[in-house]
Design a binder for this molecule. Structure first.
Ligand SMILES: [Zn+2]
Length: 410
């Protein structure tokens, strides 16, 4: 099926000029074309320009009139925990009224409450909950999403979560990348060393054998998983063909970034607490720095120094980190707005941070994340002639049509 999006007021291409990601001053370049059209065929972008070539004019195609609208690459949410059961709304209310972490845990809250509810849920129930969240995410312009395990904390439950993610990926028209995050927390029913052994010698081999995940992730933090644990888990993951990504520097700087670089990680995520040596280590490392303004907003913790990282030529991506404990929102446009006002990024930097740089955080920037001939036709048509409106007119969703592989999905 061929499709022409005709005469858009603006097409924001986020073109790469052959780069894998955009860093430094290039993070402000978005390659905007005025009064132009995009032609797609077989799910791929075939042509972008002002006047449709004669050879294409003869073809049978669906036409969408985009006069007065702007077209952007589909957004990529490169870090979420969208598969989970249970609600932590009451715990949220307690925290806002001043309850401590210990009081909340005593009342049955915290990550362990999500683990309990997720363990108890069937695959069907988990998929149904996740599906609602994915549809909501797509409505904000997301066409590719990453989702992690990490609320099972036992081999059977971690595999169950990954199976749900894989089934959703097969059944839905968007791309969903699975990440194994067994090292998210420690379960209550095992010692730390028993659980580490289970991750290394039971979970990782089984996940690899059944091809249930692309990435492997660890929560590298004081009182969670040490740098030593992180390296062990990553080395075992790499042995089994998984690509490392790392939750690090959220509350403390303990050497996670250096460990991630040493293990060839594709991204380091969080980065709220950064020493000058951490920023220095990331320069020229080729690793994507993924930041979550919504987590800092929701938990009232420091914001990642995105401005400083961009000025240091580190490629920055933005994701929602959608999860029940620290960022209960799948609205990527909200994270984009926060990045403007709270991370002091500019509009163009923010757009590249949820398109091409987010694609690079998943290793797929050769295939999506920008509108260029040959790439997947993942696009969003917004009901405004000016892309600045996406962030200027905040708090409302102007996404009108969402396309994945050249097909209207929303
Ligand atoms: Zn996370």
């Amino acid at each position: 099926m061929s499709l022409l999006i005709e005469n858009a007021s603006q097409i924001v291409t986020c073109h790469t000029k052959g780069r894998k990601f955009k860093a430094g001053k290039y993070q402000s370049e978005i390659g905007m074309l005025r009064n132009s059209s995009v032609y797609t065929e077989g799910g791929r972008i075939r042509w972008i320009g002002k006047k449709l070539p004669a050879s294409l004019k003869k073809k049978k195609m669906q036409v969408i009139d985009a006069h007065g609208k702007c077209v952007l690459p589909g957004f990529i949410d490169s870090h979420t925990h969208l598969v989970f059961a249970g609600s932590r709304a009451d715990e949220f209310s307690m925290r806002i009224k001043g309850s401590t972490y210990e009081q909340i845990a005593k009342a049955g809250g915290g990550i362990i409450s999500t683990v309990k509810a997720t363990r108890k849920s069937s695959k069907e129930d988990l998929a149904e909950l996740a599906l609602k969240r994915i549809i909501s995410s797509v409505s904000f312009g997301v066409t590719t999403i990453e989702a992690k395990s990490g609320y099972g904390l036992s081999t059977a439950s971690e595999l169950k979560m990954l199976e749900v993610i894989n089934e959703l990926n097969r059944e839905l028209p968007i791309d969903i990348y699975a990440t194994f995050l067994g090292a998210h927390a420690y379960p209550k029913d095992k010692t730390k060393s028993e659980y580490l052994e289970e991750i290394l010698y039971e979970m990782i081999p089984q996940i690899a054998k059944r091809d249930l995940a692309t990435f492997i992730d660890v929560f590298c933090e004081k009182n969670y998983f040490s740098v030593g644990d992180t390296k062990k888990i990553f080395m075992q993951g790499i042995k089994f063909g998984l690509v490392p990504k790392l939750h690090t520097n959220q509350f403390n700087s303990i050497g996670g970034i250096q460990a991630a670089i040493g293990c060839g990680a594709i991204s380091v995520d969080h980065l709220e607490v950064m020493k000058p040596s951490d920023i220095k280590a990331l320069v020229n490392s080729g690793i994507i720095a993924v930041v979550f303004p919504s987590v800092s907003y929701f938990l009232d913790i420091p914001y990642a120094p995105a401005r400083k990282m961009i000025e240091s030529k580190i490629p920055v991506a933005i994701a929602t980190d959608f999860n029940p404990g620290s960022a209960m929102s799948e609205n990527i446009q909200l994270s984009m707005s926060m990045a403007i006002h709270l991370l002091k990024m500019n509009v163009e930097e923010v757009i590249n941070a949820v398109t091409i740089n987010a694609a690079a955080a998943l290793g797929i920037s050769h295939n999506t994340g920008s509108l260029e001939a040959g790439k997947q036709a993942d696009m969003v048509i917004f009901d405004t002639p000016n892309y600045n409106d996406l962030l200027y007119h905040f708090g409302v969703n102007q996404a009108e049509i969402v396309l994945k592989n050249g097909q209207v999905i929303f």
